[in-house]
Write a protein that binds this ligand. Structure first.
Ligand code: SP5
Ligand code: ZN
Length: 347
């Protein structure tokens, strides 16, 4: 298994996030990736590769030029408002809901923050663009490695990506790494690619990017959005539109679901993956399904992650694993590397 990693992920270091009227320390922090990197080293699971930078054009395959321009210049624009902003994270405070217009890009930077975001839980910092871009580099490089014949690749990056849409950030995500990986493989000649999202939270960004398309199957197992973030997407009746009809499968589970019901959903997902017959698989690998996760209410144990990797290996597809959520920092390395080791051993 090749791991794609760039230490510049650590440039994105939020000070805090809004939660129920208070600023709380960030759950999504550099130590998450350190935990996984240390465990990879201990188990010796293959080479760790620094990715080549990819042109902005490959990001434009998924994200709008307008959004990418905003993200690249966001920190400079934030400082232009007031030099004292240098030691403050940027947060939105106003959003263009429903009857408000989002077709005109405002000049005011605070208004731009709202136009291009979905929540106030995602700090934008001095190093956000650098970290997100090198994460996207990792994803595209991993996709390319699969096209060159690798059976497995792991993207060890942060910030995560699956909540980010074509033109918005949120849920700690800025660039949709899973979508970028899938699109790169299609652009390189793959006919169909499937994305399996195992994060505790629904991958609203990835779903919305591919909702109208039949060359990408999106499947997600997640906490029911009636009571969990991202709240406004991820219901079972969202099946795709137009040509994409039938190419979106949501498997929401109630809070406190057992590992047994989670694995039963995984079985449903694997059956649909088989019938779609993709050329490759992208796994949005969030391990916030862990019983000890501080944000979540699922019940998976560390040993369960080995079983996930084994089950995915039986699909017999070139697979890119993309690191998404997971906030129990101490156990993060064990849980993520268990998936990769389960996959490798069963191959
Ligand atoms: C990639 C990913 O997993 N994003 C998740 C974003 C979740 N944002 C909402 C966080 C709410 C914090 N809740 C704190 C509960 C502490 N008991
Ligand atoms: Zn998550």
């Amino acid at each position: 298994m090749l791991t794609f990693y760039n230490e510049l992920h650590a440039q994105h270091r939020g000070r805090h996030e809004f939660f129920r009227g208070e600023l709380k320390p960030c759950f999504e922090k550099p130590e998450r990736v350190d935990s996984v990197l240390a465990e990879l080293g201990r188990r010796g699971l293959g080479r760790i590769v620094t990715p080549q930078g990819v042109p902005l054009m490959s990001l434009e395959r998924i994200h709008t030029p307008r959004y990418l321009h905003f993200l690249r210049h966001a920190w400079a624009d934030w400082l232009a408002l007031d030099p004292a902003n240098a030691d403050k994270d940027a947060f939105p405070a106003v959003w263009p809901v429903r009857s408000l217009r989002s077709d005109i890009e405002p000049d005011n930077f605070c208004a731009k923050l709202g136009l291009y975001s979905m929540d106030s839980g995602t700090p934008l910092t001095a190093g956000t663009w650098t970290a997100a871009k090198t994460g996207a580099d990792c994803a595209v490089n991993a996709a390319h490695a699969l096209r060159l014949g690798e059976r497995g690749a792991f993207v060890l990056s942060r910030p995560p990506g699956h909540h980010a849409g074509a033109d918005f950030y949120g849920g700690y995500c800025f660039l949709n790494n899973a979508a970028l990986a899938a699109q790169h493989m299609l652009d390189d000649g793959a006919r169909r690619v499937a994305i399996l999202d195992l994060d505790y939270h629904h991958g609203n960004g990835t779903q919305s990017i591919f909702y109208h398309r039949n060359d990408v199957l999106f499947i997600s197992i997640h906490a029911d959005p009636r009571y969990e973030y991202p709240f406004y997407l991820g219901h079972a009746d969202e099946k795709g539109v137009g040509a994409g009809q039938g190419c979106n499968l949501n498997l929401p589970l109630p809070a406190g679901s057992s590992a047994a019901s989670w694995f039963s959903a995984l079985e449903t997902a694997c059956i649909r993956l088989g019938s779609f017959a993709p050329d490759a698989l992208v796994v949005s690998l969030g391990v916030d399904t862990f019983a000890g996760d501080p944000l979540s209410r699922f019940a998976l144990q560390s040993a369960d992650y080995l079983r996930i990797g084994e089950r995915l290996a039986y699909l017999n597809l070139p697979t890119a694993f993309i690191f998404e959520g997971g906030y129990a920092v101490k156990e993060l390395g064990t849980n993520v590397v268990n998936v990769l080791e389960g996959y490798e051993t069963a191959l």
